[in-house]
Each structure stands twice: as structure tokens, then as C-alpha cells.
Write a protein that binds this ligand. Structure first.
Ligand SMILES: [Zn+2]
Length: 173
């Protein structure tokens, strides 16, 4: 089921999420939530989506840099931990909760993340370039951090002002 994506400044987006409890692993409820997240992400043409973006304040996100073209690139991260990062990259980044705004963000070039899968296995994923960027962006969401935080104060305030104006005109929902 495609779920509604919350938009900035919904407070859920800036609230740190709770860990997924071990008892939730390998349950139909968790599998359904993950399915909904992929469906919602593909519909919105994103490469990543975090649970708080659909109002579920849980430490869980999905990523697929192939946009649904390659089953092997469908990744689910539950209670993820970033275990290593290295290098540096600067590239355009956007967020499904802040549609229409894209800015250059500096991120590590490579990342290693450890997480649970929905059926309770532990995986370690190493990503570079876009995958590293997606993992780090989505992982930030679990701490209530949006990509705006990585911008200069000037850029961040400019975007916030524009969003305020859009909201006033009823063009932001
Ligand atoms: Zn985002």
C-alpha cells in the first residue's frame, strides 16, 4: 500500500526514532511495513525512504538505487549502525519530505553499515557513491536529522523561507 509521505516541518521528521524490538522481527506486520515503504518509495521515484517519513518512528529504512530495476539492490536496514566511513564526495541531494529542493551535500564516499533484515538476519552492507549517500541520508532520518542540517545556514534559511511561503499559499502538502 502506498502511504502518505510526511513533509517538512512535520515534527515526526525531527524526532529520533525508537529501535525496532527483536520481537517485531520476522512478523507479518513488519513485512507489511517494509512492503509499504518500497511501494511508497517507488511511487515517489526515490532511491531511499525512512520509516519516520511515513509516520512510523522506528529505526528502519529501505534503499534501492536501481529504482526497482534490480531485485539485488533492494535493501532493508533495521536498527542500522554505521560501522565505517571513508573518503569524501559532494553531490546533489534531495528528500521526498522536502520535494522540489536539491542541494549539494558533502558526504563520505564509502560507508559500511550493519543492520538486521526483516527476518532477523544480520547483514553488513558496503556502499559507495550514490548507495553510500542514500544510506547516510536515510540513517540521518532515524536520528531526526534532515539533509538541510548539512547545508550552510544561509542556504538552509532560504529553503525554510521558501517552504513557509509555499505553505502559506497552500502549495505544500
Ligand atoms: Zn530524506
Amino acid at each position: 500500500m502506498v502511504r502518505k509521505i510526511l513533509l517538512y516541518p512535520d515534527p515526526v521528521l525531527e524526532t529520533p526514532c525508537d529501535p525496532v524490538d527483536e520481537s517485531e522481527l520476522d512478523t507479518p506486520e513488519l513485512k507489511k511495513l517494509v512492503d509499504d515503504m518500497f511501494e511508497t518509495m517507488y511511487e515517489a521515484k526515490g532511491v531511499g525512504l525512512a520509516a519516520p517519513q511515513i509516520g512510523e518512528s522506528k529505526r528502519l529504512f529501505v534503499v534501492d538505487c536501481s529504482g526497482g530495476e534490480d531485485e539485488a539492490e533492494k535493501l532493508v536496514f533495521i536498527n542500522p549502525e554505521i560501522v565505517a566511513t571513508n573518503g569524501e564526495q559532494v553531490g546533489e541531494e534531495g528528500c521526498l519530505s522536502i520535494p522540489g529542493f536539491r542541494e549539494n551535500v558533502k558526504r563520505p564516499y564509502r560507508v559500511t553499515a550493519r543492520a538486521w533484515t526483516p527476518d532477523g538476519k544480520v547483514i553488513e552492507v558496503e556502499g559507495e557513491e550514490l548507495l553510500a549517500r542514500a544510506i547516510l541520508h536515510e540513517n540521518d532520518h532515524l536520528d531526526g536529522v534532515l539533509f538541510l542540517k548539512h547545508l550552510s545556514t544561509l542556504k538552509r534559511e532560504m529553503i525554510k523561507r521558501k517552504i513557509k511561503a509555499l505553505r502559506k499559499r497552500g502549495e505544500w502538502d
